[in-house]
Ligand binder design. Structure first.
Ligand SMILES: [Zn+2]
Length: 395
């Protein structure tokens, strides 16, 4: 905690230009209280960490459920100074009594109130949703920034994002094409914006990171989606990913995977799924399940039906979700798009490639047969040929 109350109720913030000697003197002459629970707190002036307040007894204050790290405190102070430099009205750790929340920074900009939350520790989904619900009720818009120490970057564009990370995927404006996730590192002073999510599986995802010095960007950059193109390397990474699915998926021995393999047989062994399945789409991140699985289900369904309505395809996916063979990603802060959007985009892609045709606005007909490769070599070759045509369609 960097803010406390004095005996007379006055707010005291430790970021506002105190020298160590002044703070030592202040500690001798004053008592300090927590703005939330009113209990007395201690001013800590060690050499290792930024001066801060701490409750005398841990765990007695509802707002102090997470112990605050030095990393967190440093980032919070960076954001505060950064906002001050832009002459934006911001308060550190302001306690909102009505909703019992104390965001790291509360910001008023162009008549709107924002709560900037810099999250460095893991919190439960329940607590996360409760906090967001409270902000919503009070008309405050939360902006969540994760501590960059959470970020697992496997290669320039490949990330491991757990269910916890995806909680922080935010739609920052009603017209953003996709959500994004913010990360900040107080050591490098860099803000990382993960954009253009195209997921490979429930954990692994492709994303284009936009990395900038905090001092080089404005608060308004937190409210607009950066325009970034997919790098050309994306397509070769995607092809590599399809190969990995073909070679490794049948080896995973989980119960769900076995059930999926059983569904694909006898029409196709899982490694030889049709090359027409397993393509990236702008909204395929809405599924946690790898695209080759839900797309193969659609292909098998279309083949069986010949002509069918869009809603029957949506129902087919819904059935598989009930059986837990397909899962939708949990995105509490990015609810603009429903997973059917991704299904619709897939049907459009199949139409573009000449495999289906619209009979009317709701009905499609299967007009060109999917490929069922006999060998892995044949499958990989066909994946490669189709890639060129999909790539040309762009995302
Ligand atoms: Zn307290």
């Amino acid at each position: 905690m960097l803010v406390a109350l004095l005996k007379n109720g006055q707010r005291i913030s430790l970021v506002e230009g105190w020298t160590k000697a002044q703070l030592v003197k202040l500690r001798k002459n004053e008592s300090f209280f927590c703005p939330a629970c009113q209990q007395e707190v201690i001013l800590k002036l060690g050499n290792q960490r930024t001066p801060h307040f701490a409750h005398k007894k841990e765990g007695t204050c509802a707002l102090e459920q997470e112990a605050e790290s030095q990393y967190h405190a440093a980032g919070k102070i960076d954001f505060f100074h950064w906002l001050q430099k832009q002459s934006i009205s911001a308060q550190l750790e302001l306690y909102f009594h009505q909703i019992q929340q104390r965001p790291d920074l509360s910001i008023i900009e162009q008549g709107k109130v924002y709560a900037l939350e810099y999250q460095c520790s893991t919190i439960s989904e329940t607590l996360f949703c409760k906090r967001n619900g409270r902000y919503k009720k009070a008309g405050i818009r939360p902006i969540w920034v994760l501590g960059a120490q959470h970020l697992q970057q496997l290669s320039p564009y490949r990330f491991k994002l757990s269910r916890f990370h995806w909680l922080f995927a935010q739609n920052i404006s009603p017209i953003s094409p996709q959500p994004l996730i913010f990360y900040y590192c107080p050591r490098t002073k860099r803000l990382i914006r993960l954009t253009r999510f195209i997921s490979f599986s429930s954990y692994y995802t492709f994303s284009v990171p936009v990395i900038e010095k905090l001092s080089d960007i404005q608060f308004s950059d937190f409210l607009s989606y950066p325009s970034v193109a997919l790098p050309p390397v994306f397509w070769s990474e995607w092809l590599e990913q399809k190969k990995i699915w073909r070679l490794t998926f049948p080896l995973y021995r989980g119960k769900i995977n076995r059930a999926i393999c059983a569904d694909f047989y006898p029409r196709c062994p899982p490694a030889l799924f049709p090359p027409e399945a397993g393509w990236p789409l702008q909204h395929s991140y809405l599924f946690a399940t790898p695209p080759f699985i839900w797309q193969t289900y659609i292909l098998l369904f279309l083949e069986k039906r010949g002509i069918c309505s869009l809603s029957s395809i949506y129902n087919c996916i819904k059935e598989k979700m009930k059986e837990k063979k397909i899962t939708v990603r949990y995105l509490p802060l990015a609810r603009t798009y429903h997973y059917t959007r991704a299904v619709y985009e897939y049907v459009q892609l199949l139409e573009h490639l000449g495999y289906v045709r619209w009979v009317n606005r709701q009905t499609i007909a299967y007009v060109k047969k999917w490929t069922f490769p006999k060998t892995i070599e044949e499958a990989l070759l066909k994946d490669c040929c189709l890639l060129e045509r999909v790539e040309r369609k762009q995302l």
